[in-house]
Structure formats: structure tokens, C-alpha cells
Design a protein around this ligand. Structure first.
Ligand code: ADP
Ligand code: MG
Length: 347
């Protein structure tokens, strides 16, 4: 017998390194975090689909109805959402919302979709129904992550490889600094970066810019397109080096790579902003092994890999630097590689 009520939980994520590589056929290395969204879904008794959330924002139900449409669900449902994820902080509350709904509905209605089909449905909900382009990293992480491991995602061949990630063994903590800013240029700038990368790949006659060789990158005309391509090339190399560093417990190297990633995103890809630069720069100056913006940029969150005994100093120092510069107070989260989405109850 099918259940009458299903609750499913789906986490947000932090990308450790490999930024803006998903749509370039490159690799990224996200972890799921222990902040999540829970969807409780029941069949509707009144013939109408209703959505409620503890954090309603204009237009939010499109994420839910988009998932239902992508799963070809026509039966009216009641969907209730709770979450402890900050919204719009670059920790992917949108994917957490989609994935929690998709998993709950799949179970409630016995749709029998695989996790990979649920990822596809959630990506379609966001790109086609909400209208926000997304490369699939967030949904894949939310639905596939395991505790204690990052996921090495390869967007050229769609493979997923778990990479054990536990800096606490080395006395380190991954600190998220939510700048609480979201700059209005995000969507247009994202589309412009994609277009730049497509024109570089076209110029080189290759499908994915991330597969370009060093010679090809050097042969590109200078200027903006050349800088964008250089970020993609160097970031792809940093992902490889980061995976090796983590496997060898070379945490200082991992930190240095994170800082280099930030500089590349700031200078070559030009997707940072003063608040992200201040968060990453202050954290590093106060003893973090490295820090970088994470997510699309222009606001959202930075991450710092820091000795656990320096966390308080870093938090206080970043907060003070934000105050000195007239920015709103940032929010901090200590995160670790956490489990992916799961059905919590079916009754
Ligand atoms: P991020 O994914 O980084 O948090 P996005 O802009 O991609 O930021 O997604 C945020 C949007 O997702 C919100 O504006 C809202 O429409 C929707 N959303 C996310 N979580 C919730 C929630 N718990 N309740 C209602 N809407 C949500
Ligand atoms: Mg999002």
C-alpha cells in the first residue's frame, strides 16, 4: 500500500573548489552540509495543490510546481516545507527545496524514479519552470552526497567519485561566511560568463572549454575571453591538485589552492565582490590556511579552511572588518561533509 504522508529531507551544499566549471565540462568538488530542507507531502483532499513554507518569498512555489511538472505529477498534493538553510546565501536552498519535494513525491506516489532521474527533474524545474540556469552540481550533491566525503563531479562524463573529506582529523574546521549580500547583476553576469566560455570553446573548436590544453589557452586572443578561459584552465588544474592534497593530508596545500581559486575568480573570471574579497582576505590574514568565495559569486558565501582553535578570532575579525567597511553583519556556520537526501518518514 502506498503511504498517505511522506517527509523527505534534502541538504544544501558548499563547493570546496572547481567554480564555474560545471557548464564548461570540468570538475567540481562539493560537499553536502548539515543544513537542510524538509518537505512533507500528502494527497490533497480538496482537489487543489497547496504549498506552504516557513520561509515564503515571492514566486517560491514555482520551484515546487516545477518539480511536480517535471515528474509529470497531475494529482493534487499538499506540500509543507520547513528549512534551516539560509535562503539566497549560495548554499543552495533552491536545490534543497527541489530535491526534498522530488524525493517525498517519488515515495508518496510510488513513481519509482531513480535518484539520477530525480536530479534531472530538479534541474528542469529550476531551468525551465523557474527560469534560473543551473549546471546540476547542486541537485547532484543534495541527492547523492555521503557523510564524510566530498563528491568529485565530472561534467564531461557525468561521473561521481567520493573523496573522503574530514579536516577535523587535522584540527581544522570548514567555516562558511555568509556575506548576506546578493547583487542584482547575478543572472546577467552568469549568462555573460557562459557566453564568454562558449565563444572561447568555439574559437578553439572544442566542445568543452575545460578540455583545452595549456597551448590552446595561451593561443587565445588576450583580453576578457582570454582571462575567462585562463580561469577555467587553472581552476581545473586546482581541482586535481586539491583532490591529491586532501588524499595526502596536505591541508596547507589545499588551503593555498582555495586562496588561488578565489584570486582567479576575482581577477580572471570577475565574479567576486568587495564583501566576498573582504571575508576571504580577512579569514586568511587571521590564520585560515585558505579561503575563497563559493557558488556563483557577486555575494552569497565564502568558505575558509581554518585551524579550529582560531575560529573565534577569525569570526570576530571578519565581523569587525565588515562593520568597519559599513557592510551588514555576516553570518557564520561550521560545516562538515554530511549525508545526502533521505526519506524521513512514510505513514
Ligand atoms: P540559494 O539556492 O543560494 O539559496 P537561490 O536564489 O538559488 O539561492 O534560491 C533561493 C530561492 O529558492 C528563494 O528565493 C525561494 O524562492 C526558494 N526557496 C529556497 N528555500 C525555500 C524555502 N525553505 N521555502 C520557500 N522557498 C524557498
Ligand atoms: Mg540556488
Amino acid at each position: 500500500m502506498l503511504p498517505t504522508a511522506v517527509s523527505a529531507r534534502a541538504p544544501g551544499r558548499v563547493n570546496l573548489i572547481g567554480e564555474h566549471l560545471d557548464y564548461n565540462g570540468g570538475r567540481s568538488l562539493p560537499i553536502a552540509i548539515d543544513l537542510a530542507t524538509t518537505a512533507t507531502v500528502t494527497r490533497s483532499a480538496d482537489g487543489r495543490t497547496r504549498c506552504r513554507s516557513s520561509a515564503e518569498t515571492p514566486g517560491w512555489t514555482a520551484y515546487v510546481t516545477g518539480v511536480l511538472a517535471a515528474l509529470e505529477v497531475t494529482e493534487p498534493l499538499h506540500v509543507t516545507i520547513t528549512s534551516d538553510l539560509p535562503i539566497g546565501a549560495g548554499l543552495s536552498s533552491s536545490a534543497a527545496l527541489e530535491c526534498s519535494v522530488a524525493l517525498a513525491v517519488n515515495d508518496l506516489l510510488g513513481l519509482g524514479r531513480s535518484r539520477s532521474e530525480l536530479v534531472q527533474a530538479c534541474v528542469r524545474a529550476e531551468t525551465e519552470y523557474v527560469g534560473v540556469p543551473t549546471g546540476g552540481m547542486d541537485q547532484t550533491t543534495s541527492l547523492y552526497a555521503d557523510a564524510g566525503a566530498a563528491l568529485l563531479l565530472d561534467f564531461a562524463d557525468d561521473s561521481r567519485t567520493p573523496v573522503p573529506f574530514d579536516p577535523s582529523d587535522a584540527g581544522l574546521t570548514l567555516l562558511v561566511i555568509d556575506t548576506r549580500v546578493s547583487h542584482a547583476l547575478v543572472d546577467g553576469a552568469y549568462a555573460a560568463r557562459r557566453a564568454d566560455c562558449e565563444s572561447a570553446a568555439k574559437h578553439l573548436g572544442i566542445q568543452h572549454l575545460a578540455s583545452a590544453t595549456a597551448d590552446q589557452i595561451e593561443g587565445l586572443p588576450g583580453g576578457r575571453i582570454g582571462r575567462r578561459a585562463r580561469h577555467v584552465f587553472t581552476e581545473q588544474a586546482r581541482v586535481r591538485a586539491y583532490v591529491d592534497a586532501v588524499a595526502a593530508d596536505h591541508w596547507q596545500t589545499a588551503g593555498t589552492l582555495m586562496t588561488a581559486s578565489h584570486e582567479s575568480l576575482r581577477d580572471d573570471y570577475e565574479v567576486s565582490c568587495p564583501e566576498l574579497d573582504l571575508a576571504a582576505g580577512t579569514a586568511t590574514a587571521l590564520g585560515a590556511l585558505g579561503a575563497r568565495m563559493t557558488g556563483g559569486g557577486f555575494g552569497g558565501s565564502a568558505i575558509a579552511l581554518a585551524p579550529s582553535d582560531l575560529l573565534e578570532r577569525i569570526r570576530n575579525g571578519v565581523a569587525a572588518a565588515f562593520a568597519d567597511n559599513g557592510h551588514d553583519a555576516p553570518t557564520f556556520y561550521e560545516v562538515e561533509a554530511s549525508r545526502g537526501a533521505e526519506v524521513l518518514s512514510a505513514t
